[in-house]
Write a protein of this length. Structure first.
Lengths: 285, 245
């Protein structure tokens, strides 16, 4: 579990994070969402110690990151795995060397044992047989999966993902989301994901923190987010008319106003849910 | 004021290098890799420059020595001392500032921009120690060796130009090389070589490591690293000559 207590961060005169408190739960995919520039990446980098916070605390299962010495932070970081937005694979190394790197650096295992572990994680991310390829020879989705493999090779307790679906098509995004979620459950780790992909929010958002201009605006899960009452959050989620209509359809379905496909088809032919939203009890003719 | 903050950041980077390695074997591997990259990667250019440097030096010295009173052996002496004192350490290091310096700054800048340095930091690796120190140590090992090679090839280049151009026979040249030889000159050249090697590698590492932005800034950092290294080399050249000769 990771507790964020009253965290603030500024760069020069600009305050990026303002007094944020939240809990990232173990065994769950915890999502930090918000518009570009809302402070998601800064918050995540504060959590992993890449930035020093100006105020507040970040506590990893009772260990306060903000009060640690450099040596203690190094030890904590060996329990952290991170997937970067651009994957951050080492260009001059093959897939196998990239994943083996943390094992070379932090274990005294023999070569055979390291290769077995590398092959295990490659199979887990469904990239078996790509050992000798270089990052320039694989696709964006494959790079993300190699990044995940490298992040989990040392069996970390905490997994951070910075916009893991960035640049991926919807189908590949779902594969990455599913993989991250399964790894989180299998290993009972604390996973923190930065995203503004609503598919990810709806699919794997077990604990969601919404940031607005550096402040915590809303907290909940993927079941609560659809019918939340927060205007800023709704403007963020339902930015497109299509999604707004989809939400309205869902509301009508939940209330039993629409109860079969025939009603749905009629509403769509008439131009969407706007026809009935004004009077929730009015059924389409 | 910006120069003072840059100097401060540079000194902090240097201080940050001195930590216990997470895994000595990996650090040694990186040091060997950098030494090969810097040394072997520059071998060809140093060879070509040194031979032609010595050859041109011989031809131009012969051109200037028109008096029949002056012995032909003097050409060899002038070539020897010029190559040892100045051309081999300074000129070669200025070329290496471009070759090695831009490579180091570009590599680290690219790693910074693509978050590879952040990835190493997250793993718990001190990147100043793992990325910067092997480059500086590798330069300190290989650049003086390249300068020694440059001295030898420069002097040989002069011999080749003298004999092929009919300026002076090889035997006369060899005789001249042994006349009035001051061993301290070689020591002075090596002091310069170590100083310049440190300047080239540390300045380039500083600019590459602290890149902020994208591809444009990587290019800018690379160019700034080379220019700054060249200026500092020339400044150090003067200071060392003033105090040590």
């Amino acid at each position: 579990m990771i507790e964020i207590k009253n965290v603030s961060k500024s760069f020069e005169d600009k305050q990026i994070l303002k007094d944020i408190s939240a809990v990232m739960e173990t065994g769950k995919t915890n999502l930090i969402i918000g518009t570009s520039g809302s402070g998601k990446t800064v918050l995540q980098k504060c959590m992993v110690g890449l930035f020093e916070v100006d105020g507040g605390e970040i506590i990893f299962d009772g260990q306060n990151l903000t009060q640690m010495t450099e040596e203690e932070r190094k030890e904590l970081r060996q329990q952290i795995g991170m997937l970067f937005q651009g994957s951050a694979l080492f260009d001059s190394m093959t897939v196998e060397q990239n994943i083996k790197f943390p094992l070379d650096m932090f274990t005294k295992w023999n070569y055979q044992k390291k290769i077995e572990r590398v092959n295990d994680v490659l199979e887990r991310v469904e990239l078996g047989g790509t050992n000798k390829k270089y990052p320039s020879e694989i696709s964006g989705g494959m790079k993300k999966r190699v990044g995940i493999a490298r992040a989990i090779v040392l069996k970390p307790k905490y997994l951070f993902c910075d916009e893991p679906n960035s640049g991926l098509d919807p189908q590949t995004s779902m594969v990455i989301d599913k993989l991250i979620h399964e790894i989180t459950l299998e290993n009972n780790i604390t996973t923190v994901i930065n995203t503004h992909d609503m598919n990810s929010v709806m699919e794997i958002g077990e604990n969601i923190l919404y940031l607005y201009h550096g402040e915590k605006e809303w907290e909940g899960n993927n079941k609560e987010i659809i019918f939340n009452k927060n205007q800023k959050l709704n403007e963020f989620i339902f930015a497109s008319e299509f999604l707004r209509d989809a939400k309205d359809m869902r509301m009508l379905e939940e209330k039993g106003i629409i109860d079969n496909d025939r009603d749905m088809d009629e509403i769509m032919r008439e131009g969407g849910a706007n026809l009935v939203i004004g009077d929730e009890d009015k059924k389409p003719e | 004021m910006k120069i003072f903050s840059s100097i401060g950041a540079y000194l902090l980077m240097m201080k940050g290098m001195f930590t216990k390695p997470e895994n000595f074997k990996m650090y040694w591997k990186e040091l060997m890799h950098q030494s090969v990259e810097i040394g072997m990667g520059s071998l060809w250019i140093v060879t070509v420059i040194s031979i032609f440097m010595g050859a041109v030096s011989a031809v131009q010295t012969a051109y200037q020595l028109v008096s029949p009173v002056i012995q032909k052996e003097t050409i060899a002496q002038v070539v020897r001392d010029t190559v040892i004192l100045e051309f081999a350490p300074t000129l070669v290091c200025i070329v290496l500032a471009g070759v090695v310096g831009s490579k180091i700054a570009g590599e680290l800048g690219n790693m910074r921009v693509s978050e590879q340095i952040d990835a190493l930091e997250i793993m718990g690796i001190n990147t100043k120690s793992y990325l910067v120190a092997p480059k500086i140590l590798g330069a300190l090992i290989t650049i003086p060796l390249l300068v020694i090679l440059a001295m030898a090839l420069g002097i040989y280049g002069g011999r080749l130009a003298g004999s092929l151009g009919g300026i002076l026979p090889a035997e006369t040249y060899d005789r001249g090389l042994l006349m009035n030889f001051v061993p301290k000159n070689v020591w002075f050249a090596l002091v310069k070589a170590y100083t310049f090697a440190f300047i080239i590698s540390s300045v380039s590492c500083f600019y590459g490591y602290n890149v902020k932005g994208g591809a444009l800034e990587i290019g800018r950092a690379s160019t700034t690293a080379v220019i700054t290294s060249c200026v500092l080399i020339l400044f150090a050249d003067y200071i060392l000559a003033f105090f040590l000769l």
